[in-house]
Design a protein around this ligand. Structure first.
Ligand code: ADP
Ligand code: ASP
Ligand code: MG
Length: 289
């Protein structure tokens, strides 16, 4: 079984999302699809929380923009009126909760880590719900039920043994296309919403791939693979066809944002290859790690 992760840069527009739909449609099932929030959404959620805690009403503008961004994608990608109505009902409940939480932060003027983690979790909740209605044969899974974290030096880190056990329980018998929100988790002891850190959807996908002994972990993004430098900064950067796990760890630790550094470890221990691929250019082979 394959695990495929699609990042926010692949999920920015309806054109991008339709490309993702075609890529998934070409896959043999079962397949596990891990998704990030739509492009820019995590940043906007954090900005809204910042405004709210500073008693700045601009948080409401951000909320409206986010809602419109998601509704636009729904309008442009889903034809069936029934599916759309059902999706609007579900997603409206999520947006109402988010609005209430932001209003609470605004009124009290307090933003704890717990509240911030809760607010930022909506990005992946929205995107996974929408994708589960766009992709044929898809079933939505809630990763907060099986990605568990524990606290170390004030930071949430995954509890790998517990997560492995729960991932197997939830996902082992997947038949079709499992859609799983990346990044978000819950704390082992308190069951509070937590996350794996910025860029953490890659890590979710890797933990799942290792737990299920996947044949490959595919990281789909907006560049043709792991490159010698960030192509947005260095124009002469070129794609590296193959990397060892150690080389990939070094490059990502030195800031190659294309993979979140801890991602390499779970699959490395199981000797599962990673392929970095471009959802806007699926005919390119990408990088094999
Ligand atoms: P995603 O939303 O798919 O997770 P990211 O923005 O996290 O995407 O990562 C992809 C981006 O990483 C690329 O658009 C590119 O600008 C940047 N990047 C930085 N360093 C590298 C590198 N060495 N190779 C490829 N891309 C890189
Ligand atoms: N949406 C989260 C972030 O922007 C996680 C991810 O994209 O991997 O950091
Ligand atoms: Mg990323």
């Amino acid at each position: 079984m394959k695990v495929m992760k699609f990042g926010g840069v692949s999920l920015g527009t309806s054109e991008g999302i339709n490309k993702v739909k075609n890529i998934i449609g070409d896959e043999a099932q079962p397949v596990i699809i891990v998704v990030s929030a739509l492009y820019g959404v995590t940043e906007q959620l954090l900005q809204a929380a910042d405004y709210a805690v500073s008693a700045n009403k601009k948080y409401e503008l951000i909320f409206d923009t986010l809602q419109n961004q998601h509704y636009k994608i729904i309008e442009e990608t889903i034809d069936s009126q029934d599916v759309k109505l059902n999706l609007y009902e579900e997603i409206q409940l999520l947006f109402e909760d988010l609005k209430n939480i932001l209003r609470g932060v605004y009124l009290i003027g307090d933003l704890s880590q717990k509240s911030s983690d809760k607010i930022v979790s909506y990005g992946e909740k929205f995107s996974s719900l929408i994708l589960s209605k766009i992709i044929p044969n898809a079933q939505l899974y809630d990763s907060t039920e099986f990605i568990k974290t524990t606290k170390q030096f004030n930071k949430h880190i995954p509890d790998i043994p517990l997560s492995n056990k729960l991932i197997k329980e939830h996902l082992q018998n997947t038949r079709n296309v499992a859609i799983v929100p990346g990044f978000i988790a819950t704390s082992r002891d308190e069951d509070d919403i937590t996350n794996l850190g910025r860029g953490g959807s890659d890590y979710t996908a890797s933990i799942i791939a290792a737990a299920l002994d996947a044949s490959v972990l595919e990281i789909w993004t907006d560049v043709d693979g792991f490159m010698t430098a960030d192509p947005k900064i260095i124009q002469s950067a070129y794609v590296i066809e193959e990397l060892s796990y150690i080389e990939a760890i070094e490059l990502s630790n030195f800031g190659a944002k294309v993979i979140y550094p801890p991602t390499i470890f779970p699959v490395y221990h199981k000797n599962i290859p990673i392929r970095v691929r471009n959802s806007f250019n699926p005919s390119s082979k990408g990088t094999l790690i």
